[in-house]
Design a protein around this ligand. Structure first.
Ligand SMILES: Cc1cc2nc3c(=O)[nH]c(=O)nc-3n(C[C@H](O)[C@H](O)[C@H](O)COP(=O)(O)OP(=O)(O)OC[C@H]3O[C@@H](n4cnc5c(N)ncnc54)[C@H](O)[C@@H]3O)c2cc1C
Length: 393
């Protein structure tokens, strides 16, 4: 029986081999000029594109909106909630930073297609400082888009959506609100938006304009420290979320890590299933050393980071409080990052020796990667001297 099957296999394999040889003979000796599907995909979603800034305007006293059009033709199709990953040459470093698109997808499909990003600078920051000081009308920016999985998906999400936003986390919801008003998303959206004071609400005027004309969009501002405010006050807590929720609500969160831990707890207490709660935490925790499980003895220290790229080895300094990606950027060693939240894996690198602490919300590694010592540089922090191997760019 075994021998019979073996002979069948051998017979089958030799028939296939003959078929392949015959097909090779029939094939053209001249290489085919290209792969039309690949060429179409590249044209629709270029790996890199240039944007021309056409307008810069204030979106609040601490934030600005940059309107841009494509310098290379069309703007790739995207969903409200997705982001552009800019590549910025600042000094010797090339920095990648994600910014959610705050305009609607329908704005990119009209006669005068454009996208907008809104950047907050409520204290000195590295990249926002650069945007505020240098990126003016006429400037060309490099980047690529769209990225991210944080968008409304009708097959998965319910039609009643409560958005929970803090600070610059409002930008994906500004896009969603505009797209609902344009008829591109069929959902009812209530935005609970936490700000500190009513005189510094990011995109406040745009949100007011959309909610005034579109009954499907409602905006509830919640001020955390504003004695003059007569509306909702304090933090976005369980009672407030319950007050504005409907039946079978999908919750979408976008904001900083500290707010996420608060909101996550409130939704768990309300018994919201994981399926109904999706979140996009903007970047890494402000203080990684305060995260559960962080080895206290590493806090405040500076480590030696040996970086292997092919046959090249560089030794740089890495602070315990900054991710490996930031240490590389500071040292002008190119590193490709997109999500900056440990999810996408563009900055996947190999740990050759030493120990890292991986951000609790940013561990998007595959189980096998964890076992074999791979990590995502944007969400990994040195807790000893390290030797790492990174892709050559
Ligand atoms: C998916 C996503 C969407 C986002 N959307 C928005 C948005 O719509 N609007 C918005 O305002 N923000 C948004 N953000 C946050 C944004 O990407 C930046 O993190 C934020 O603007 C702060 O930028 P930063 O570069 O100063 O600080 P970080 O990105 O936190 O940079 C970390 C540190 O790097 C240091 N650094 C890096 N390179 C160097 C160097 N070469 N020399 C010296 N110092 C260096 C900086 O000093 C800084 O302390 C989003 C984030 C994510 C993940």
């Amino acid at each position: 029986m075994i021998i019979e099957n073996f002979l069948k296999d051998v017979g089958g394999a030799s028939r296939v081999t003959k078929l392949r040889r015959d097909n090779f003979k029939k094939g053209s000796p001249v290489p085919q000029p290209g792969d039309p599907i690949r060429s179409l995909a590249d044209a629709l979603h270029p790996a890199s594109m240039r944007f021309i800034v056409t307008e810069v305007r204030d979106a609040s006293p601490t934030s600005r909106t940059w309107k841009m059009k494509s310098a290379d033709g069309h703007i790739p199709v995207f969903q409200s909630g997705q982001y552009v990953n800019f590549s910025l040459k600042i000094g010797e470093s090339v920095l990648h930073r994600p910014y959610s698109i705050s305009s609607a997808p329908s704005d990119a499909r009209g006669d005068d297609p454009f996208i907008e990003v809104t950047i907050r600078r409520n204290r000195p920051y590295f990249v926002p400082d650069y945007f505020f000081a240098h990126v003016r009308e006429g400037e060309i920016l490099e980047g690529n888009m769209p990225f991210g999985t944080f968008y409304y998906e009708p097959l998965r999400d319910s039609k009643t959506v409560v958005a929970l936003a803090g600070g610059s986390g409002i930008t994906p919801f500004v896009s969603m609100a505009k797209e609902i008003a344009a008829g591109g998303i069929d959902a009812d959206l209530t935005i609970l938006y936490g700000s500190v004071r009513h005189d510094d609400i990011v995109c406040g005027d745009e949100l007011a304009a959309v909610s005034a004309t579109c009954p499907r969009v409602k905006v509830v501002h919640v001020m955390s420290d504003d004695p003059d405010w007569t509306g909702e006050k304090g933090f976005i807590n369980r009672a407030l979320i319950e007050k504005y929720s409907g039946e079978d609500t999908t919750y979408l969160f976008c904001g900083p890590y500290a707010m996420f831990t608060f909101v996550d707890k409130a939704l768990k207490e309300l018994g919201v299933s994981e399926r109904r709660f999706r979140h996009d935490v903007l970047g890494q925790p402000a203080d990684i050393t305060a995260c559960p499980g962080y080895p206290a003895e590493a806090a405040g220290r500076t480590f030696r980071l040996t970086v292997v790229r092919g046959i090249r080895e560089d030794v740089i300094e890495a602070s315990a409080s900054e991710s490996v990606a930031v240490a590389l950027e500071r040292a002008a060693i190119p590193v490709d990052t997109h999500c900056r939240g440990g999810e996408c894996g563009f900055c996947r690198s190999q740990l050759l020796s030493g120990s890292i602490f991986v951000s609790p919300i940013g561990d998007g590694r595959r189980a096998m990667d964890k076992e074999l010592g791979w990590f995502h540089a944007c969400s990994a922090y040195p807790v000893s001297d390290l030797k790492i191997k990174i892709p050559i760019l």
